[in-house]
Design a binder for this molecule. Structure first.
Ligand SMILES: *Cc1c(COP(=O)(O)O)cnc(C)c1O
Length: 370
């Protein structure tokens, strides 16, 4: 008998979130961002589920795209981190991958034939994020050195992109980023892509900036039902359906006396006689060790505190509230339908993105509503 701990991936929920994103995105194409194993949901399965709905996928780097190709995914794939070295450009081209160019060196590697293919070359501008991207000056220097023929190919076929640093909590900063972006767009007349999930969810941010509507939005977390950081607002949480539910199996139940501790270091002591369930999920499965005495797991709608240290394979939970009903072998929800991953993330001082992507491959994913 296998360990029953698992993650349930609801593809209906994925489809509903995709449809919602599509409705929000208006005329823009929605690129499904499935890097990092589709934020822990299983890149190949998610790609297969979205194949007939989205026309483009995005991953971080070429190796991820090649995994998709080996599994029969045919749609174009945008490589968000661009080529790692010059030779990757040819491999990317041969595999119908689009490239985000973001350093002056990338620009030197570019051949006229790369530019002639629609959508294949993306230029990333650093408009304030200061992580990846060309400065306005770097990009406009490049622009001014091109022949008229190249310039017309660039305008016709390439995409100008940027990434927001504070779209979820600072509209002034985001507007500043958009203004810088708009300056370059006005000169180059390229089609654009600038929204990720938080960008798309914020309305009216660019109402007074003269920017054409974007050709592509790049959506990750919202497809998985996650709200962007600090947008844990009913408006979003009600609209987006969590795709992943993690459930872990109760391995043992015991009652300890007042004053007794549980687990390594005995960092938690029972204030009164307490029913403790030992549950089959630990830090090797992706539960942060920081969760000790901080998070809850759910039994239906009862929240049960995780007490004591997180072990490699197990957590210990105060199940006194449901001690009568709970049996060895029962499943408790770690996050998902009963408790959103955002709530767990808040309790652990992290974000849904981190919890989802760190769920280890030891936790099998089961797909429903396929
Ligand atoms: C990961 C990523 C996205 C998707 O972001 P979400 O917040 O998950 O929607 C979009 N654009 C770039 C450049 C990214 O790296």
């Amino acid at each position: 008998m296998a360990r029953k701990t698992h993650a349930l991936i609801d593809l209906n929920a994925l489809h509903a979130n995709y449809a919602l994103a599509k409705a929000h995105a208006g005329a823009s194409d929605v690129i499904a961002v499935i890097k990092a194993d589709a934020y822990g949901h299983g890149m190949v399965e998610v790609a297969k589920a979205l194949q007939n709905r989205t026309s483009v996928f995005a991953v971080a780097f070429l190796d991820e795209a090649l995994t998709l190709r080996q599994n029969g995914i045919k749609e174009p794939i945008l490589l968000l981190e661009g080529p790692m070295d010059r030779s990757e450009i040819a491999v990317a081209r041969a595999n119908n991958c689009w490239l985000m160019l973001h350093t002056p060196q990338h620009l030197e590697w570019l051949e006229p034939s790369d530019i002639a293919i629609p959508n294949q070359i993306w230029f990333k501008l650093d408009t304030g994020m200061h992580r990846l991207g060309l400065s306005e000056t770097e990009f406009l220097d490049f622009w001014q050195r091109q022949s008229p023929e190249i310039l017309s190919d660039l305008s016709a076929h390439c995409i100008l992109a940027t990434h927001f640093a504070k779209a979820d909590n600072d509209q002034d900063f985001t507007r500043q980023q958009l203004k810088s972006f708009a300056r370059v767009q006005a000169i180059t007349a390229m089609r654009t892509s600038y929204s990720n999930s938080p960008g798309l969810l914020i309305e009216q941010i660019s109402a007074d900036i003269d920017l054409p509507s974007e050709s592509f939005v790049r959506l990750g977390i919202s497809l998985y039902g996650g709200t962007p950081d600090s947008l844990l607002h009913p408006k979003y949480t009600q609209a987006l359906t969590p795709v992943m539910t993690v459930k872990a199996q109760v391995l043992a139940i015991r009652t300890i006396d007042a004053g007794e501790g549980v687990g390594y270091g005995q960092i938690w002591q029972a204030p009164t006689a307490t029913a403790i369930a030992t549950v089959a999920i630990g830090y090797a499965d992706g539960i942060p060790r920081f969760a000790a005495n901080r998070m809850h797991v759910m039994c239906a709608d009862t929240a049960l505190p995780v007490v004591g240290r997180i072990s490699m394979d197990m957590i210990t939970v105060d199940v006194s509230a449901i001690a009568e009903e709970l049996k060895v072998g029962d499943m408790l929800e770690v996050w998902g339908a009963q408790q959103r991953v955002e709530q767990v993330a808040q309790a652990l001082e992290t974000i849904n993105y981190e919890l989802l992507t760190r769920l280890s491959l030891r936790v099998p994913r089961f797909y429903i509503n396929t």
